[in-house]
Design a protein around this ligand. Structure first.
Ligand SMILES: NC(=O)c1ccc[n+]([C@@H]2O[C@H](COP(=O)([O-])OP(=O)(O)OC[C@H]3O[C@@H](n4cnc5c(N)ncnc54)[C@H](OP(=O)(O)O)[C@@H]3O)[C@@H](O)[C@H]2O)c1
Length: 287
């Protein structure tokens, strides 16, 4: 258990998103002084000081960082381009940064890592800021991709029914982020964050059906058909292929489960079934 510091103002980026939207109320409940950056500050959760800013052009970022002590950094792009400019400004104003990273970042810094989260971690480590890296596994919210099919037909057509994933409730990422922003003991930690269990995609679909009070059916489709759909959604072919290979591997090798959420927050990580109940409205026909 950490000790509370007299943390000053906390800047939350991505405050209108899945994680940031849960983080702002948690920080406010702890009595923290929260400023939230968004392109449209009218969408920021109530109670926080909203400030307009765009991370792509760094518009508004210098003034958003003015007087800030700690930063929650969510980088909403697919490359690390531009993050150095952000970190230069952050270093000038703040002491600590909590970065929403990914479990795909390899532990060994020598290992080549083709994902931008690794590059951002490296750049943060070179600043004078203290840091905490939240290496999150897949978000439970990724299954919102299935919402249109569930609403329209009560079915999910996708490959690898038996692929088992330890998807994490975004609330739990936010709960760990709050501790890392408020307590000094998390400096230098690289937290691998997952849900409390690995559950198959077919069981995820059934949990959504339970939550919405209507049966939802799994309908297996060939990986090639899924690939075509991903490409039609604008996925890069190489990325689609590696994702499909990864999902296929999870049928025999479920994703790992960590106890980090509970270790840091003192509360068990929320299950996928709990996530589905919390998000039942997102799958409702009238949504
Ligand atoms: N999904 C996964 O499985 C997974 C796993 C590991 C890590 N991650 C990482 O988690 C992050 C996504 O988190 P999330 O799901 O909470 O995000 P999200 O719900 O997709 O929301 C994105 C947030 O980024 C903000 N944003 C987008 N473009 C912006 C810009 N140009 N300037 C300022 N803000 C901008 C959005 O704000 P406005 O649009 O309101 O301005 C919104 O608050 C990404 O960095 C991703 O790499 C995801």
């Amino acid at each position: 258990v950490g000790f509370m510091t007299d943390r000053g103002k906390i800047l939350v980026t991505g405050a209108t998103g899945k994680v940031g939207g849960e983080l702002v109320p948690l920080l406010l409940a702890e009595g923290a002084d929260v400023r939230a950056l968004a392109r449209d500050p009218s969408k920021i959760p109530a109670g926080a000081e909203g400030t307009p800013g765009d991370l792509s052009a760094l518009d508004g970022v210098a003034s958003a960082l003015n007087g800030v002590d700690a930063v929650f950094l969510l980088w909403p792009f697919a490359t690390a381009d531009g993050v150095s400019g952000f970190l230069d400004l952050a270093e000038h104003h703040a002491r600590h940064v909590v970065f929403l990273s990914s479990m795909n970042v390899p532990d060994d810094p020598e290992e080549p890592a083709p994902i931008f989260h690794s590059e951002i971690e490296r750049l943060i480590a070179r600043t004078g800021l203290s840091w905490t890296f939240l290496r999150a596994g897949g978000f439970a919210g990724n299954t919102l991709e299935w919402a249109p099919q569930i609403r329209e037909e009560g079915v999910v057509r996708w490959p690898f029914a038996g692929a088992a994933r330890s998807l994490i409730h975004e609330h739990d990422i936010a709960a760990v982020a709050a501790r890392a922003l408020l307590e000094d003991v998390h400096q230098g930690a690289k937290y691998a964050l997952t849900g409390p269990e690995a559950i198959t995609q077919e069981d995820q679909v059934h949990a959504i059906g339970e939550a919405i009070g209507r049966p939802v059916r799994w309908a297996e489709i060939p990986p090639g058909v899924a690939r075509e759909r991903l490409l039609a959604q604008g996925w890069d072919p190489g990325f689609a292929d590696s994702a499909l290979t990864y999902w296929a591997s999870l049928v025999d090798n479920p994703e790992p489960v960590t106890s980090t959420v509970e270790d840091v927050t003192g509360k068990p990580a929320r299950t996928f079934a709990e996530w589905a109940i919390d998000h039942a409205h997102d799958f409702a026909p009238e949504h």
